[in-house]
Design a protein around this ligand. Structure first.
Ligand code: SF4
Length: 86
């Protein structure tokens, strides 16, 4: 068995990078339905509020979904975590 101290540094760096890369899909995976917030938790409503609506929100996923709120999301809806598209 080889010791880690005898592994050439470039190879060790590649192996360490590969280990971190293996975690990346976990960290950046999209939210699954069970991970999303319920509309009632964020005061979701199916109409705009003060000129803000899902269609103009950073989290909206056309045609009728949201990255962080579960369920059928209307582009005309709104919730408390609305954030403007950049
Ligand atoms: S306002 Fe944004 S975060 Fe809230 S339900 Fe609509 S798209 Fe999702």
């Amino acid at each position: 068995m080889t010791s880690d101290n005898k592994t050439p540094k470039p190879r060790r760096a590649v192996l360490q990078a590969a280990g971190l890369a293996a975690l990346a899909p976990i960290a950046i995976r999209p939210a699954k339905a069970q991970d999303k917030l319920q509309g009632s938790m964020v005061m979701y409503q199916d109409k705009p509020k003060d000129g803000q609506k899902c269609g103009g929100c950073l989290h909206f996923q056309p045609p009728n979904a949201c990255a962080i709120v579960a369920g059928n999301i209307s582009p005309e809806g709104w919730c408390a975590v609305w954030a403007a598209k950049p």
